[in-house]
Ligand binder design. Structure first.
Ligand code: FAD
Length: 458
């Protein structure tokens, strides 16, 4: 009998864990993976995938309306929430099975239960003690809600995917990407949506023009966005709806069918018994890791949302692969997280890569900013008063493009390509020299002329 049952034991079969397990097994390592829920993790079961399907579902409402401007007569369209939830569930289950099959065909041992550390080389899974040479913690995160009276009445994104019926009146609390995405989804599906955020503008951390532009578009579309708004308490009414007290001056109260909190996520560390393994936490509450995702215990690694890093699926996947390659491949690898592109599937959507105007100004001192706001061609006929924003942020000295931002149809698809250009160090002159594809919105990025030079004030 060898000293260890496995070369690598992975805790959590989400984006990061599954990739690490498969890559490690591909290198010939003996790998086990424990999962306490369905295989696939947040992204597949209650994140990116079902969310994007719901965005698609809700967007049809606009598409039916817009089609009239193109000569279509569209009879009154109706939507069935239970039918959509069932279709979504079918796809999520299909993907979850694919994840399981991929692991099984990679010869990874699947354990369908939660794992917790007993000592630094041993975990307990459903009463079994298993020993491994290395561990990877990839347990992700879960929605967190603030403590206030009646908070147990509020749902989170987890429950929003499977509500028994479509809410007529919904309050979403939060200003991050999950909050604005769900506001767009439920508004598109016909709910009366209010988004309440305590900060001064939604989407903290994004470029300020992008934040303002989306706020304007959401408001124009009919979503009520309350900024500087604080919730005091929630209380159940006799008709099952929820009374919400807004703690803003003057105090007011309103009634909603559901209240959804999207006010952040907390790493899944409780229950892992990390102290038994000597794994320390970082200041933000996630597992502390170095650039190689190594924790304070040299043979234990952590990737993805359970750390305090960037909480995106491609990041977790890249980190998982890097850990597996470092342990069992020929080279020591750290995930390269420079220029991580990202999207917000709001309506209209956002695509962004690189630095915001404020961050670039701070870093480079002098920058050139190019902006364009225009009405996409389709809206010339649809009549919809929706504007697209495109913006390039350029380091004035080197003329290198250091940030690209867009709010408008297809923004995530367009920015994905620009992420490659920025990675290759494209200058503004390179953008200018690139021929556009006509007629597209994307070509506007190649012809931006309206320049503003900004200097950092001391
Ligand atoms: P997860 O995918 O969360 O996987 C962790 C797994 O560990 C889970 O399956 C969990 O059940 C399991 N687990 C936990 N504890 C234990 C234990 N003790 N034992 C065994 N198993 C355990 N990212 C994007 O890139 N694009 C998007 O559009 C996007 N949309 C999102 C929308 C929503 C609503 C949410 C919530 C997230 C979204 N994300 C998106 C973020 C993305 O889902 C996460 O960044 C990604 O899933 C993180 O992967 P992970 O491997 O770290 O953890």
């Amino acid at each position: 009998m060898t000293e260890f049952d496995f070369d690598l034991f992975v805790i959590g079969a989400g984006s990061g864990g599954v990739r690490a397990a498969r890559v490690a097994a591909g290198h010939g390592a003996r790998v086990a993976i424990a999962e306490s829920d369905r295989f696939g993790g947040t992204c597949v079961i209650r994140g990116c995938v079902p969310k994007k399907l719901l965005v698609q579902a809700s967007h049809y409402a606009q598409d039916f309306e817009d089609a009239r401007g193109f000569g279509w007569s569209v009879p009154q369209a109706t939507f069935s929430w239970p039918a959509m939830v069932a279709a979504k569930e079918q796809e999520v289950s299909r993907l979850s099975r694919i994840y399981e099959n991929l692991l099984e065909t990679s010869q990874v041992t699947l354990l369908r239960s939660a794992a917790r550390f007993v000592d630094s080389h041993t975990v307990s899974v459903a009463g079994r003690l298993l020993r491994a040479r290395h561990f990877l913690i990839a347990t992700g995160g879960q929605p967190s809600r603030p403590a206030l009276p009646g908070i147990e009445l509020a749902i989170t994104s987890n429950e929003a995917f499977d509500l028994p019926s479509l809410p007529r009146r919904l309050l979403i609390v939060g200003g991050g990407y999950v909050a604005v995405e769900f506001a767009g989804i439920f508004h598109g599906l016909g709910a009366d949506v209010t988004l309440a955020y305590r900060g001064e503008q939604i989407l903290r951390g994004f470029d300020d023009d992008v934040r303002q532009h989306l706020f304007d578009e959401m408001s124009r579309a009919g979503i009520r966005v309350l900024l500087g708004s604080r919730i005091g308490s929630l209380a159940r009414r006799s008709d099952a709806r929820i009374d919400v007290e807004f703690d803003t001056n003057p105090v007011s109260a309103e009634c909603f069918d559901h209240v959804m909190y999207a006010t952040g996520r907390a790493p899944n560390v409780a229950g892992l018994k990390l102290d038994a393994a000597g794994v320390a936490l970082a200041a933000g509450g996630g597992i502390a890791v170095d650039a190689f995702c190594r924790t304070s215990a040299a043979h234990i690694f952590a990737v993805g949302d359970v750390t305090d890093g960037i909480a995106l699926t491609p990041v977790a996947i890249r980190q998982g692969a890097a850990v597996a390659n470092s342990l069992f491949g020929a080279v020591q690898q750290a995930a390269d997280l420079t220029l991580v592109p990202s999207a917000v599937f709001s309506q209209p959507p956002i695509g962004t890569v690189g630095l915001s105007e404020a961050a670039a100004l701070d870093q480079f001192g002098v920058i050139d900013v190019y902006r364009s706001r225009f009405r996409p061609l389709r809206h010339a006929l649809s009549g919809r008063d929706e504007r697209t924003l495109m913006k390039l942020v350029v380091d004035h000295t080197t003329q290198r493009v250091v940030g690209a931002h867009m709010v408008g149809p297809d923004a995530p698809e367009i920015i994905q390509g620009l992420a490659l250009a920025l990675r290759l160090g494209a200058s503004k002159a390179d953008f200018d020299a690139t021929l556009g594809i006509h007629p597209t919105s994307a070509e506007e990025f190649m012809t931006l002329q309206d320049k503003q030079t900004l200097r950092k004030s001391n």
